[in-house]
Ligand binder design. Sequence first.
Ligand code: CO8
Length: 267
Amino acid sequence: MAEFKNLELNVEGEVAVLKISRPAALNALNSETLDELTVALDEIEANDGVKVLILTGGPDKKGNEFKSFVAGADISEMVNFTAPEARAFGIRASKPFFKLMEMRQVTIAAVNGFALGGGCEIAMACDIRIASDNAIFGQPECGLGIIPGFGGTQRLARLIGMGRAKELIFTCDNVNAEEAYRIGLVNKVTTPEELMPTAKKMAEKIASKGSYAVAVAKAAINNGYDMDIHNAVEMEANLFGVVNDTHDKKEGMGAFLEKRSAELTDF
Ligand code: CO8
């Protein structure tokens, strides 16, 4: 496993937990952290033993675990960017962000506190979001004279609809966990103490299903989202053909008919 300065990676059974850890800056994303994320996610994707990834934030410098998920992109790095440097920073972030969205493992953001700007954006790049009840989401960029540039103008509208996304981005209003749940930005809200246990329980449930089937279903949902419905359903039919030719399909259906539990192993 690679060594990281700003990340902690732990694999527990079939679940990897990746913690973004820059205590002095509430886990803000700088270039170094974005590059480390790219390396860590490549490593996780190559690991056949890992079925689900949980992404979360490390404690602040006082040791408070629930202060911040990610408080944004690093403002002290961005302050002097020229236009080409800013563009390059966005492109640098798009690698790990797309990896979270498209890697074969399911990705769950466990949001433990501030998820602002790039923090909200990296949570949105994950497949599923679970938030502690103290979490705060927002896109404050327009108040800083910039725009969400880690996919926020695109992913927020896709998740919560264009009207609400425009309101949040234009007003820079933050939303708490309850409101984030109400508008569909998060899947579940828990107490801070239950955040990781809840994320792990969901991760283990997903890992117990046919992992190859889950990975193909993820690709089908992602690929079809921006297609017209006819092409999307045709793409789904093609992928349905692919999963019918697997060990897990024979085993899963065979086990049902033989009234025993299935041993699903494909990935
Ligand atoms: N960048 C750098 N440092 C940060 C950041 C950040 N985003 N957020 C917090 N920090 C630092 C603070 O400067 C402070 O450092 P120090 O102790 O050395 O003064 C330390 O973290 C602790 O923060 P605070 O003392 O401010 O803690 P509070 O509890 O008082 O406040 C807040 C917490 C409300 C989260 C506050 O820190 C804050 O408002 N942070 C900035 C939030 C923000 O605006 N985020 C969006 C940034 S812009 C962005 O994410 C753009 C993404 C797209 C970029 C696209 C490029 C192409």
